[in-house]
Write a protein that binds this ligand. Sequence first.
Ligand code: NAD
Length: 247
Amino acid sequence: MRLKDRAAIVTGAASGIGRATAQLFADEGAHVLAVDLPHKNLRAAHAEHETILCFEKSVADADAADLILEAAAAKFHRLDILVNNAGIAFNQRIEDVTDDAWERTFEVNVTAQMHLCRHAVPVLKQSPAGRIINVASVMAEGTDYGLSAYCASKAAVAGLTRTLALELGKFGITANYLEPGAIRTGMTSPLWNARPEVAEVWAKKAALRRLGEPVDLARAALFLASDDAGFVTGHGLVVDGGLMLRV
Ligand code: NAD
């Protein structure tokens, strides 16, 4: 049990990486507040896990950080781990990028992460092993067609997290970010199911010759959340099966 009696918040926990992370953390002894949008069948996703408490809320709402931290405090009376995982992506070439899509991408992928970090820090300071894990992407460093807003938002997550690491180290809080590669989740499956040849291209690009699964990221998040990563901070952990190795 690597997270015995720790309390964690995981956002975007109804699907994909967030769902797998909430469940692995619970399996490892943590109490988890799983957050996702109201219409996402969050409760059904975690029905078999007694130590996962579900909280339906958009992380982009103005009162989200307040209400999410309040719910965690009421239930757990502590907080040790914050996983900012909720994220969205639009595919629009630069001449078609709408202000709405750009702003929404930053609201969900960046501003909501910052709000949750800001609200969580006073509580994380009370933890003997405070952890912030923000989910970025290999697109924080690389790019692809149509992903200007997404790439810019994930680069912002990297910069935000490095700064958190610097500012919060003296309180014993680590802050790291994950850089997933091509992972089979709710974000990617609709396209890959409709066009399997696209999934095949991504799989072949990776040194390990396969797509990532949500549990690959959950295991990396578990490492960063655990005592094993007590001296790791400000780090971007690439979990992509070697996708980005070739220039
Ligand atoms: P997913 O769509 O399966 O899961 C994302 C979850 O976030 C969904 O359940 C969704 O409802 C939730 N969410 C979206 N907006 C929200 C909001 N405003 N409030 C609360 N919840 C919200 O996708 P995923 O691939 O598991 O994505 C998780 C993270 O991983 C995202 O930050 C994504 O950018 C990142 N990522 C994914 C990949 C990939 O290949 N799948 C690659 C790199 C990075």
